[in-house]
Design a protein around this ligand. Sequence first.
Ligand code: ZN
Length: 284
Amino acid sequence: MDRTAFGDIMKRFILCLITLSFLACSVIAIKAQDRVEQWRGKTVMVFTPHPDDDVFGCGGALAMLARNGNKIIVVIYTNDNKGSFDLEMTSERLARIRKAEQEAAMEVIGIPKENIIWMGYEDGELEYAEPKALCGQATKLIRKYRPDVLFSVDPGEWYERWHKSDHRMGGFNTADAIRAAEFHLYYPEHLLVDGLKPYKVPLMMFYYAASEANYWVDITDVVDLKIKAISKHVSQFEPSINKYRPDWDPKDLEKLVEYLKGRATKKDGKYVEAFRRATGFNPQ
Ligand SMILES: [Zn+2]
């Protein structure tokens, strides 16, 4: 091989290296931009079966998104008016209590109560709602708010599938509504009467995803805030769930915080929330 040929090969090799490193940098840049931690100015929609699953499932991510100036709309399917062992409790009173607790939890997270939408279905009875109307309600909200990202209970997880009917229905209904929102021929009255155009949700983050999780958000900075928000749901925990009281005995609160922190998901030494992230219905 003469020197000129060797020089040519070297030049091409260096050019190749430069191109490859440029491509690698672009991929890293796209990935970094895609991280929840980096999002700014986005519209985020959350669908939750009950007023507490949102904080349990993605309260850390929501706290981070609120802090970073994203607009968050929380849609709650049911009023959670059945889950109390207190024989003195009534459904009407419990619905009021749960609403106030949710507003307090959202305030901690940084979401104003004006951004909470209550569908108002009875606790445990979402599966008895008229399916077409239920899907239409969620579809209409998606078309109205046009979220950059939508958070929902993962309909595929075993616990949601088999043991918790509102979670099952809420998860499947939201997934069906995401699909319907894309096509103007589903619920055509949304366009014809309300002027709401079809909308394709570009990104979905399914929370309560365990076995199929493919994306983790580092919530270490906001884990205490998440736990504080959870603790606002006083009536969901002992002793208040057994005999209602609106506040915490400091010792009980301390125990709860310790319990929640001990059970919080950790990955590589960080507190995380696990999601099944999907664009369209193809897992990414
Ligand atoms: Zn729930």
